[in-house]
Design a protein. Sequence first.
Length: 437
Amino acid sequence: MESNIPTAAPEDGFSRKDFLRMTGKGLAAGAVASLVTGQSSAQTSRAAGERVPARPDEPIVLEKWKSGVDQQSGPTPTPLAPDQRVGYAVVGLGHLTLENILPAITACKRSKLVALVSGDPVKMKKVANQYSVKPENCYSYQTFDQLKNNKEVEIIYIVLPNGLHKEFVIRGAKAGKHILCEKPMANSAAECREMIAACSQAGVKLMVAYRIQYQPHNRKLRELVQQKAFGEAKLIEASNAQSSANPEHWRHKKALAGGGALPDIGLYCLNTIRFVLNQEPEEVFAYQYSTPGNPLFTEVEELVSWQMKFPNGLVANCTTDYNVHESRHYRVLCEKGWYQMDKAFAYKGQKLQTAKAEGKMELQQEIGLAETDQFGVEMDYFSDCVIRNIKPFTPGEEGLQDHLLMEAIYQSAKAGRPVRISGLLPAGYRGPEPDLQ
Ligand code: NAD
C-alpha cells in the first residue's frame, strides 16, 4: 500500500505535469505534501504535511543572452533545501560506493547521505568523517536492522556483492525502507521474485540501479530508434568487455557473483537492447568459454557470446568477456542508416553517432549532449519516485526479466542449441517514463 489518499494514483501513473494539473498550483503546501506522500508504513519519517512540496514547479528563468546559433544551457537546477532531501543509507563501502556514489550524492538535488553500513569499522569511521555522517548513523551488517528506527533514512542503497543483494534487500524492506539495489539484481530469477515479494509485502519501492536507462545519450538513441527516422531496426551489435586480474575477488566466486562476465558486464548489452527496442526477445542462442587452467575462471565464465531474436525478426549479436582490453559499444543497424554508441556503458564519455546515405555521400553525424553524473541522476530520480509516490521506471521486475533471460542464455550455451524464452512478464510492469530534469 503506497498511498491511502484515493484521489491520487496508488503508485505511479502520473507525471509531474499531470500532478500539477491535478492539484493546481494554489494548494496549500501541507495539502500538497500529504497528497504526494500519503502515509505508508514505509514512510515513518515523513508524516503527511511534514515536508513542503517536492521541488519548485518551474525552474527559475534567467535573462537570455546567447543566440540560438549556440548550444543552449539550462534549465536552472531545482534543488530541494538540504533538510527536505531524501536520506540514504549506503550499504557496502567498496569501489563503486567510494569512487562514484558518495562523490555523486554530495552534488545531488533531492538526495543526501545520512547513514553508512559496513563490515569494516575503521574504514567506516574515516568515510563518516569525510562525508559528515553522524557516528550513531553508522551500522554494521549485524546492526543493519536497526535502520528501522532511524527516521532520517528513507532509502537503503545496496552496493554489495551480487550474492548478498537478496538478503539485504529483504532485511531493508522489513525495516520499512525503500530500496535501491545495484545490478545485477541477484544471483537468480528465483531470488528476484523473493525480493520483489518482500518489498511489495512491506509496501516499499524497489528500484534496480540500471543507470544507462537514465543516461542522456542512451535515452536519445532509444528515442531515435523508436521514431524510426532510418526505418526499421534490423540488427544490433553490442559488446561489453574488460580485463580482470584477481582470482580471489568476489567477482570470481560463483556464490557471491552468480556468474562471470555475463551478469556483471554482459548484462549491460542485454538490458540496454531491451530498453532501446522496448521489446523482449523470444529466443536466445549462446556460446560460453573459459580458458582451461586460468585461475580466474575456475568458478565463473570468461566469455559469453549470444544472439537474441526478437518477434519482429530483429537479431542482436552480443559479446562479453573478462579477459580482453575494455570495450563498451553497440550499434543499431536500420534500413536506411545506423546509430552507434561508443563508451556506451562507461561512467562518462558516451559518443552517439549516426550515419545515413544522402545521394552519393554517407552523412555521418555526432550528436552532442551535455553529460550528467549518472549516479547522481539515478539517486535523485529514485528520491523523486519516493517523494511523489511513483513506481520506478526500472523496478524489481526489470531485474527479474534480465535474470530470466540470462538463465536462458546459460541454458542455451550448455545445451548448444537455441532456447525459446518463456515466463517473461508482459509489458506494463514499469513505472512511467522518467522526468529527469
Ligand atoms: P567492491 O568489491 O569494490 O565492493 C564490495 C563491498 O562489499 C566491499 O566494501 C566489501 O568489503 C563488501 N562486502 C561485504 N561482504 C562481503 C563479502 N562476503 N565478500 C566480499 N565483499 C563483501 O565491489 P563493487 O565494484 O563496489 O560492486 C558492488 C556492487 O555494485 C555489485 O553488485 C556490482 O555489480 C555493482 N556495480 C555496479 C556498477 C554500476 O555501474 N552500476 C559498477 C560497479 C559495480
